[in-house]
Design a protein around this ligand. Structure first.
Ligand SMILES: *Cc1c(COP(=O)(O)O)cnc(C)c1O
Length: 383
């Protein structure tokens, strides 16, 4: 398969059409070797030395991600956090970094508690507010702007192209956590971002059975070589079986994400003017702040994630989550089964999530069943 001649759906469905050279198998083998034979003349012509950084089991998933994100190179990591932190650890102590106030909470905690201690000057701002971003960029000092769009758990939308224009003018790189959008809906590198990050644990794998992360770069420059070195030396690499599962999961990425987006849109519309709901947060609703940007930036849907704020406050929200039958009360997102979670309980102090907010990850069940289950749970919570 020449990936330049086919649509991304075809790249994903056939995992680039690779066939195992040795056996003609159309599913890849799993390589468990930790070390590789050196040639008699002392060379390593295979290009592989030791499996902390080199494992053929990564190749197919990395090549798929490189093609789907239209980048120059992709790297798998042992988790989304390992991928995201590598982006920051490849900077230097003293560098100034801008990151969003509304973002994946565990990374925000790491930035504020570890990265600042390590010497990065981290400032949390409203990255979706271009005027604020321009005021906070320090030309020549700001080295990185981190974005997440749509951003957990309020689904705040950031205009990637506008941020890239301002950041690049100030000499800063832009990295985008695109876990929620996936390459099905948004291609940050084509909007001029420098690096895309994924928690591959979520939609890319899609079955809630692998922890994995990935980065894709627009350019294999000196900075990217440092990112590579962070992975090789700190050793946050994926296991071969997990890489195999991820490759398999990505083959169904497009139909899964499209189904979840269409179902989330229906659920958002159903609950938007519902007696037991105070607010629905979903970029696909015309009244949602950032909807117009999302409509331009996201192709073919607004994603499978939304939040509902329940009338009656925290007690009613927690009672609603307690009353569902079909939805699963669990953290995480992007799997085949739909999940519901009271976010403030998870994030604790400093969370931007209102106490009446329930985060919903829409899976592949029939949307009518999901709506009926949530309707009944809300009804029961408000009796
Ligand atoms: C889950 C998640 C992460 C962290 O990824 P892990 O694979 O859990 O380490 C980062 N960003 C977003 C948006 C996530 O949902």
């Amino acid at each position: 398969m020449n990936p330049k001649n086919v649509k991304p759906e075809s790249i994903a469905a056939q995992a680039l059409g690779w066939v195992d050279e040795a056996t003609r198998a159309i599913a890849p083998p799993i390589h468990t070797a930790t070390t590789y034979l050196r040639d008699p003349d002392n060379q390593y012509r295979s290009g592989r030395v030791y499996a902390r950084d080199h494992n053929p089991s990564f190749d197919q998933a990395e090549a798929m991600l490189r093609e789907l994100e239209q980048g120059e190179e992709a790297l798998l990591f042992s988790s989304g956090m390992a991928a995201a932190t590598a982006v920051f650890l490849a900077l230097s102590p003293g560098d100034h970094v801008l990151a969003p106030r509304v973002m994946y909470w565990s990374l925000r905690n790491w930035l504020m508690k570890f990265a600042t201690h390590w010497g990065l000057r981290v400032e949390l701002i409203d990255t979706h507010d271009i005027d604020e971003l321009k005021r906070r960029l320090q030309p020549g000092k700001t080295r990185l702007v981190w974005l997440e769009t749509p951003a957990n758990p309020l689904w705040t939308i950031t205009d990637i192209a506008a941020v890239c224009e301002a950041a690049h003018a100030a000499g800063a790189r832009v990295a985008v956590d695109s876990t929620v959008a996936t390459p099905v809906l948004t291609l940050p590198l084509t909007l001029d971002a420098d690096v895309v990050m994924h928690s591959a644990t979520k939609y890319l794998n899609g079955h809630s059975d692998v922890i994995a992360g990935a980065l894709v770069t627009k350019r294999k420059d000196e900075y990217w070589q440092r990112v590579r070195a962070v992975r090789a030396q700190i050793g946050g690499v994926l296991g071969p079986f997990e890489a195999w599962l991820l490759t398999r999961g990505m083959r169904t990425l497009f139909p899964r994400v499209r189904h979840a987006s269409a179902a989330a849109q229906r659920i958002a519309e159903h609950f938007a003017n519902h007696a037991n709901i105070r607010e629905v947060m979903y970029p696909g609703l015309p009244g949602f702040p950032g909807h117009d940007i999302a409509a331009r930036q996201m192709q073919g849907g607004f994603g499978g994630m939304l939040s509902i704020c329940v009338r009656g406050g925290e007690t009613a929200a927690i009672a609603t989550a307690a009353n569902v039958n079909l939805w699963k009360r669990a953290t995480s997102l992007g799997g085949v089964e739909s999940l519901i979670e009271h976010r403030a309980s998870v994030e604790g102090a400093g969370t931007p999530a209102p106490v009446d907010l329930l985060r919903l990850s829409v899976g592949l069940e029939h949307v009518d069943d999901l709506i009926a289950d949530l309707d009944a749970a809300l009804e029961q919570a408000h009796e």
